[in-house]
Ligand binder design. Structure first.
Ligand SMILES: Cc1cc2nc3c(=O)[nH]c(=O)nc-3n(C[C@H](O)[C@H](O)[C@H](O)COP(=O)(O)OP(=O)(O)OC[C@H]3O[C@@H](n4cnc5c(N)ncnc54)[C@H](O)[C@@H]3O)c2cc1C
Ligand SMILES: Cc1cc2nc3c(=O)[nH]c(=O)nc-3n(C[C@H](O)[C@H](O)[C@H](O)COP(=O)(O)O)c2cc1C
Length: 635
């Protein structure tokens, strides 16, 4: 009994001590006290020598999961945790994911229910039998899109595999839908995260990550691999290469319904190798006028050079860009101030505007349930940007705050529309520009779309222009078996990879007396004489029998709309026979909606001609996908 009283008293004293230390910490943070205090405090609270880090691992293709991880890392620090965001490609899994450690996983799904490129090794490692993940603490948030067949497959898989490997769940699984409510799903999921973790690990105080220091040094050269710990997007940017643009021309017959640019790059000159139908990643730049306007607003001179200095050695803070670097280049290459507003940005901006109560309350209101409609309107109808919001509300902030506020620019992907066998020296893409008409009568042009439009003007003025690019593998590869026919379904810019395929067939047929297979192409657009891109080239392929069957759907050239799906339906018996005899590989490229309805149609055709049940038809399709007889690239 006495021991119990003694223990209770000790707990009470320790509790009071923790409480008083915690409030002292809060005050000390506000007063920006020196950091030695903070580390001592961490040790006392933890009662142990080593601080427990929380790694926020991410699997990302286009940067959203990396952005969520960064957000969690920043929030974690605000709650006093030792958090770091970690690219899954750069982890020694068995060394880092071990007893007593904490891992939060932000996992996007890509391709057709596949892991992102940077998470492939991790997912296959997790499937090894009997890893020693016992007592490794984890939680997972999945990023997916309900428009895809395998919704959040990788988020779910990561969660299940960690569980199966006996890791300990420290917080519930969550997932979000990029088609609608991704950020809200994320906010909802992480609501209790830090409080739950506080029950497991005692936080240790952390400060800000870096500071900007004016410098007299020269700017760094991106191509001379600067050293440092960079965030994911910046690391990707530094690994990419500059490639000369040869020409930018219009691919459509007229621009009544939009614009598609043919962009040709000089790969030969830079010694860059590519493969047919790979994805080209383009790193767009912000335009000079806007950069000047923002620099003026922030009270900065474009030519001022800054060095980034890390504030604390205790954590592996990631730098947002390499330095020394001029204000101009910081704004041009790294900060995305044109993209879709995130609620997280509003919250950060509210903190910056804490002295102006009206503005602060307005920004916070937009993040609440009551402000949801207004916020959605800003995003969907006005496409308001961070900078517009800052300007409209006359928010005063400095460059460092602006850097912390803006996400990094993510690369835009394009399916290569040329064959490396036919033209190893030149690479081509077809870019359908994204231009939205806004409710106030103005237009919002996508970042990369605007970038290429500007380059087109510069080329016309005789300027030589280079673009920073990298390459991603694609599932679009021609079958090894020369007897296999292929069906290519690619309306709009979905035609891109098939231009490369057809160029390769042209070369192949030059050396081949007899054809062993058929190339069947389905293409669709609005008007035969409007947005029929690559029209002459495709008709020429058809005339020379490089394409054996060419089906076209011009949706608005007659009263009743026709799409590629309608043509496929019309040819359903031919399609069924090819599938059932394993004689074909079907490729689908273009919009997600189109891809989904084509796949749905294939299922209906299988049911109709084989008398299979829906389940059997679905199984057959799944097998086709596994064997790479049905391959999709949808966006
Ligand atoms: C694997 C893959 C292959 C692809 N291949 C091709 C291809 O071959 N050809 C091709 O043309 N495209 C292709 N794409 C699509 C291409 O990558 C995008 O069209 C491109 O990223 C658009 O770039 P952007 O910078 O002009 O638009 P962004 O600026 O990225 O805008 C994209 C969308 O976000 C919205 N948005 C932007 N800013 C805001 C804001 N402030 N508020 C609210 N909404 C906003 C816009 O309305 C727009 O619809 C592919 C995509 C993938 C994933
Ligand atoms: C080419 C492509 C394929 C995708 N495939 C899937 C999928 O199979 N299942 C899914 O749930 N989401 C899929 N998505 C949606 C992404 O997971 C979602 O947009 C996510 O937010 C992307 O995160 P990231 O920017 O970190 O890569 C796909 C997106 C693209 C562009």
């Amino acid at each position: 009994m006495e021991i119990q009283y003694l223990l209770a008293s000790i707990f009470l004293v320790v509790g009071i001590l923790i409480y008083s230390l915690k409030s002292k910490f809060e005050k000390s943070r506000q007063n920006q006290k020196p950091q030695e205090d903070k580390i001592d405090l961490g040790k006392k609270i933890n009662g142990q020598e080593k601080l427990i880090p929380i790694s926020i691992y991410f699997g990302t293709q286009q940067g959203t999961a990396a952005r969520f991880a960064k957000q969690l890392s920043e929030e974690g620090k605000e709650h006093g945790f030792l958090t770091t965001e970690v690219d899954l490609n750069e982890v020694e899994f068995d060394k880092e994911m071990k007893k007593g450690e904490f891992g939060i996983f932000c996992m996007a799904t890509h391709g057709e229910g596949d892991p992102t490129d940077n998470a492939k090794k991790f997912i296959s490692w997790l499937q090894e039998p009997q890893l020693s993940l016992k007592d490794f603490n984890f939680t997972v948030f999945g990023l997916g899109n309900r428009q895809y067949e395998h919704y959040n497959k990788i988020g779910k898989l990561t969660n299940n595999l960690l569980e199966k490997q006996n890791a300990i769940r420290c917080y519930k699984y969550g997932e979000g839908d990029a088609n609608s409510t991704l950020e809200d799903d994320f906010i909802d999921w992480k609501k209790d995260l830090w409080n739950v973790l506080k029950g497991l690990i005692h936080p240790t105080p952390q400060g800000s990550t870096f500071k900007l220091v004016k410098s007299n040094k020269e700017e760094i050269n991106f191509d001379q691999t600067p050293q440092g710990q960079f965030d994911f997007q910046t690391k990707q940017f530094l690994k990419a290469k500059y490639c000369q643009v040869v020409s930018i021309t219009q691919l459509r017959q007229n621009q009544q319904d939009g614009s598609t640019l043919q962009i040709i790059f000089d790969t030969g000159r830079e010694g860059i190798e590519y493969k047919t139908a790979m994805n080209l990643g383009v790193y767009p730049e912000n335009n000079d006028e806007q950069i000047l306007e923002i620099a003026n607003y922030l009270g900065e001179n474009l030519n001022t050079i800054y060095t980034l200095e890390q504030l604390e050695e205790t954590k592996k803070a990631k730098m947002p860009f390499p330095s020394p670097l001029s204000v101009k280049k910081i704004l041009k290459h790294f900060l995305d101030f044109n993209g879709q507003l995130m609620k997280n940005t509003l919250t950060k901006l509210a903190k910056i505007s804490s002295e102006d109560e009206k503005v602060r309350n307005y920004l916070l209101h937009l993040t609440t349930e009551e402000g949801k409609k207004e916020f959605q309107q800003m995003v969907d109808e006005q496409k308001t940007t961070i900078f517009q919001l800052i300007q409209r509300n006359n928010i005063k902030l400095n460059l460092a705050q602006f850097i912390e506020l803006c996400p990094r620019i993510s690369p835009r992907l394009f399916t290569i529309a040329s064959s490396n066998i036919k033209s190893p020296q030149q690479l081509e893409i077809a870019d359908s520009l994204l231009i939205d008409d806004l409710s106030d009568g103005t237009q919002k042009i996508g970042l990369c779309s605007q970038y290429f439009l500007n380059i087109q003007q510069r080329l016309l003025q005789g300027e030589s222009v280079k673009v920073r690019v990298d390459f991603r593998e694609s599932n679009f590869k021609l079958p090894d078996d020369p007897n296999k026919s292929i069906i290519m379904i690619g309306p709009g810019t979905g035609i891109a990879p098939f231009i490369g395929f057809l160029q390769e067939r042209e070369i192949f047929l030059q050396n081949q007396a007899q054809k062993q297979n058929e190339y069947i192409l389905y293409f669709g657009c609005k008007h035969e004489n409007g947005d029929f891109i690559y029209k002459d080239q495709l008709r020429e392929f058809q005339r020379r029998k490089i394409i054996d069957k060419f089906y076209t759907a011009f949706s608005r050239d007659q009263e009743k709309k026709i799409y590629v799906q309608d043509l496929l339906k019309h040819n359903s018996e031919e399609l069924f026979n090819l599938i059932i005899n394993d004689k074909v590989v079907i490729y689908i490229c273009g919009s997600t909606n189109m891809g989904n309805s084509v796949q749905h149609l294939i299922k209906e055709i299988l049911i109709k001609y084989s008398n299979w049940s829906e389940h059997e038809a679905e199984e057959r399709i799944e097998n086709m996908q596994k064997q790479k007889f049905l391959i999709k690239e949808l966006w």
